[in-house]
Write a protein that binds this ligand. Structure first.
Ligand code: HEM
Length: 497
């Protein structure tokens, strides 16, 4: 065969581009309303339609390999809510640790350690608890009894949120800031950018974001200037002191974390609703009710192990409710075409928490499982060897805080960060069978605060003799809570006289 014959035939390119005309009735219809703003369609809807979400493996160890990355691991339709030009611009507009790959976080997950210096158990106990208690007092006040309760939750939630971050409440919170928060929450909950609801909410968040950022920047300055009363009861105080405005926690990052945290905090509402649903006498879970009554007789007893009876009850509620469905990562690609840049993979939580590989009795409601579960303190080098590894996946490192407290942020062999306060470790359960707060180096930075938030809920319910009842209402109002979750506001609380 001559070389002339083997040569591939060159495809002839037309000189002008070809447009295939499709008649109007053959175009896709019904994907979204026709009047969505153009930038919204290009920035949110199209990338969303091109994206996919895959299910990852259920972990056997309490960690996620670095191959599944946190770098820009944000569902693609949300970028426009966070950044001006609909695409991530963390260098110029700020970033959250939540969306940063391990390799970019500074030495030994430094950004995470700085973040968590503001959420350690000593601060929860001394600085944040009164704020949480005030929230429950207002939310569960007599005047709100007997009515759908989540509406009242949200009437008070934004005050708690800003009080914890920058010490602001009530009139100190501008209208635009409240509008941003509502838009942010509705975008998260209703999720699908093809719906009118999400379009309106996301555009509302965009329209108010610059006012919010300017307000936050002023609040940060006030704390820096020492003009904020009780400044050491705000997250920003600790981020300033321990990040020292360095590259791993810049001023724009503090501002960004302050509003990005709506994503994290949104899950509190989901948890409060679901705990109330479990305690409801007719439709709830009898096993939870029995345990609740037992535990609340002596919630803080020291009965061995790292956790009190109330800690264990709340942790078990988190294991079975699992308000956060999975840990979202971006993937490296070997071969793929359209849309991969927008896609991600979810490491599932509930299957891990319910796996018979991790527990003898996974389906039982048994808070005592945490009496003997391995913790971040147990998971050291010896443990890494025991599970067949030649070394710790994450070597031990210590970050002493710089805000005057005797607190060190350290980590388990699998990367989970926890604190040592006045020389005493305050551990977390560290097993793949306890998944509600994720795994390893990227595990939730607000876990202990969140557990205390629910503990305070249960204490209040017990002390004030609060009960819950499912309401028989034909059309309950919808409350968006965490990503992709909208609740029917159909539970009321009541108080014994
Ligand atoms: C019910 C409440 C909450 C649940 C169920 C929850 C759950 C989680 C989960 C599963 C992750 C891991 C995500 C992943 O690896 O992709 C995570 C990460 C994170 N959470 Fe939470 N969270 C809650 C509340 C909070 C609160 C109140 C805060 C802040 C005070 C917070 C701050 C964070 C941060 C900063 C990360 C990123 C950690 C990292 O990548 O290193 N969370 N959370």
């Amino acid at each position: 065969m001559s070389s002339q014959q083997t040569k591939a035939k060159k495809t002839e390119q037309p000189e002008t581009s070809i447009t295939i005309k499709v008649s109007q009735e053959k175009l896709p219809v019904g994907v979204m309303p026709p009047d969505f703003p153009e930038d919204y369609v290009v920035g949110a809807v199209t990338p969303f339609l091109l994206s996919s979400e895959f299910v990852g493996e259920t972990p056997h160890l309490p960690m996620i390999d670095l191959a599944l990355s946190k770098e820009k691991a944000v569902p693609v339709q949300l970028w426009g809510m966070l950044y001006k030009n609909w695409v991530p611009n963390p260098e110029e507009e700020g970033r959250s640790v939540f969306m940063q790959g391990y390799e970019n976080r500074g030495p030994d997950n430094r950004r995470k350690r700085i973040y968590m210096s503001a959420t350690t158990p000593d601060l929860i106990d001394q600085k944040y608890r009164p704020k949480i208690q005030l929230f429950y007092k207002r939310f569960l006040s007599d005047s709100n009894a007997g009515k759908p309760m989540m509406k009242h939750y949200f009437e008070n939630y934004y005050d708690l949120y800003w009080n914890l971050h920058v010490g602001a409440m009530g009139d100190e919170i501008p209208d635009e800031v409240r509008q941003f928060s509502e838009g942010f929450n509705a975008t998260l909950g209703f999720w699908y950018p093809t719906t009118e609801m999400v379009c309106k909410a996301l555009m509302q968040a965009r329209a108010t974001r610059e006012v919010l950022k300017a307000w936050l920047d002023k609040r940060v300055q006030k704390i820096m200037d020492g003009k904020q009363p009780d400044e050491d009861s705000t997250f920003v105080h600790y981020w300033l002191k321990n990040g020292q405005l360095g590259e791993n926690f810049r001023r724009i990052d503090i501002v960004f974390e302050c509003f990005h945290n709506f994503l994290a905090f949104s899950q509190w509402a989901n948890m409060v609703y679901n705990v109330a649903a479990k305690l409801e006498p007719v439709h709830g879970d009898p096993a939870v009710r029995v345990r609740f009554d037992q535990v609340m007789k002596d919630p803080d007893a020291s009965d061995g192990g790292a956790f009190t009876p109330l800690d264990r009850l709340v942790m078990e509620l988190f294991r079975v409710i699992s308000p956060n469905g999975g840990s979202f990562s971006t993937m490296a690609r070997n071969r793929a075409m359209l849309g991969t840049a927008f896609s991600g993979i979810m490491t599932p939580h509930l299957p891990a928490s319910m796996s018979p590989l991790h527990w003898q009795n996974p389906t039982e409601f048994d808070p005592d499982r945490f009496k003997s579960a391995p913790t971040t303190v147990d998971n050291d080098e010896a443990k890494a060897h025991q599970v067949g590894l030649a070394r710790c996946p994450f070597s031990k490192a210590s970050f002493p805080v710089k805000d005057g407290r005797k607190v060190t942020m350290t980590n388990s062999a699998f990367g989970a960060v926890y604190s040592e306060i006045n020389g005493k470790a305050v551990p977390l359960v560290d097993t793949a069978g306890y998944a509600p707060f994720g795994f390893g180096y990227r595990r939730c930075a607000g876990e202990q605060l969140t557990v205390e938030f629910i503990k305070e809920f249960l204490r209040h319910v017990w002390k004030e003799k609060v009960s819950f009842s499912k309401l028989d209402i034909p059309v309950a109002s919808k409350q968006p809570v965490n990503p992709g979750t909208v609740l029917n506001d159909d539970i009321a609380f009541n108080k014994a006289k």
